[in-house]
Design a protein around this ligand. Structure first.
Ligand code: F6R
Length: 363
């Protein structure tokens, strides 16, 4: 049932404020304390986190690496499952292995999990389907409570994965003595503000539709971001490829001059994800290099960011201002909606894109 939406993907994008509130309710008490399902996880015995996944879930892991490293000072490696399983990497002592999968059935992710069984101290999974194979073979299961996701392109599962992983990073920071109570309370209130700011972001549809018309004409699209926006740039590019069949690539903004800028001309739209954070000026200077080569910039930022750097952009998309740490969860909305509106403009099959399956149970 599409609940009045044209596509399951649109319905699932629109559900995000509700399902994120649901997910938060399972991991945060009324007093703002973090509680994990049994048997829990004490990060004082963890020296390294190895995260493995495929596709969108992999980009959730890449985002979480920034959180675990910056907030909890915990070293993290992240791998795509198909590489991890055959590389057979050494698993150092006191490593916890964490697998992220919406379906819990992805063949490569499951094989990577089995490789870690007996090598890592413990197996943790972040899944949407608690009865899945990956969940069954884990020591600790962290459900994301997103509800059934029908659209092949993952949307609400991604933001719920991020929400749960962010809470886990906060838990790690507290256990490791890297966070005081006041800072934790600030992060918890940032999380709790998400359902309402996401609802606001979902209303900014007009600018997204305008930008999507530009994207729909393009053969190639670049997505740029720094820091927490870098993995999100990848997610935006993946969404666009999957459902609109337009070639899209993501780069860390700082990599632009190491190659991809050679692609830029007036036919190449460049989506820049840049909240007004500590790295904003750096990203803006990369954006100006794109503009100087007549690239059509679609700048996604907040009020202040757009006031400072919006001039000269082909389109701007304004999002609410939120604390830096939670920006990936908010900026996922335009990443998804730009792809959605582009696919609708092109008339592709949004919910069942060609050649793709919802659950990849063979390698
Ligand atoms: C992207 C997408 C895929 C999945 C990937 C992993 O929109 O849907 O990239 O994210 O196949 O699937 P799960 O999370 O079920 O392991």
């Amino acid at each position: 049932d599409k609940a009045g939406h044209k596509h399951f993907m649109a319905k699932e994008i629109a559900e995000q404020p509700t399902v994120i509130a649901e997910a938060l309710g399972h991991y945060l008490s009324a007093e703002g304390e973090i509680s994990l399902p049994e048997p829990g996880l004490d990060f004082t015995s963890v020296d390294r986190l190895t995260m493995v996944a495929c596709g969108t879930a992999y980009y959730a892991c890449l985002t979480a690496k920034y959180w675990f490293e910056q907030i909890a000072r915990l070293p993290v490696d992240v791998d795509v499952a198909s590489e991890f399983r055959y590389r057979e990497p050494p698993v150092p002592a006191r490593t916890t292995a964490l697998f992220v999968s919406q379906s819990g059935e992805t063949a490569d992710t499951l094989a990577a999990l089995r490789y870690c069984n007996g090598r890592a101290d413990r197996i943790v999974s972040v899944v949407n389907v608690p009865e899945s194979s990956i969940a069954r073979e884990s020591d600790l299961v962290l459900p994301i409570h997103a509800g059934v996701e029908v659209g092949v392109a993952s949307t609400k599962a991604f933001t719920c994965q991020l929400s749960v992983l962010f809470i886990l990073a906060l838990k790690a920071a507290c256990d490791r003595g890297e966070m005081d109570a006041a800072t934790l309370a600030d992060h918890v209130s940032a999380l709790r503000s998400l359902p309402s700011v996401l609802s606001t972001a979902l209303e900014a549809n007009q600018e997204m539709q305008k930008a999507a018309l530009k994207l729909a004409e393009a053969r190639d699209v670049l997505f740029l971001g720094r820091g927490l926006m870098y993995p999100l740039a990848h997610e935006g590019a993946l969404k666009l490829k999957e459902i609109s069949y337009i070639h899209a690539e993501a780069y860390a903004s700082g990599e632009l001059k190491h190659g991809p800028i050679a692609l830029v001309d007036k036919t190449v739209p460049v989506v820049v994800m840049a909240p007004r954070d500590a790295l904003f000026d750096k990203t803006v200077s990369n954006m100006q290099e794109v503009m100087a080569r007549k690239g059509r910039v679609i700048l996604v930022s907040d009020k202040q960011g757009l006031a400072e750097a919006g001039d000269g952009a082909f389109a701007t998309i304004e999002l609410p201002t939120v604390p830096d740490a939670v920006t990936p969860i908010l900026y996922a909305i335009p990443a998804q909606l730009l792809a959605y509106h582009t696919a609708v403009a092109k008339g592709t099959d949004v919910d069942q894109p060609r050649n793709l399956a919802k659950s990849v149970t063979v390698e």
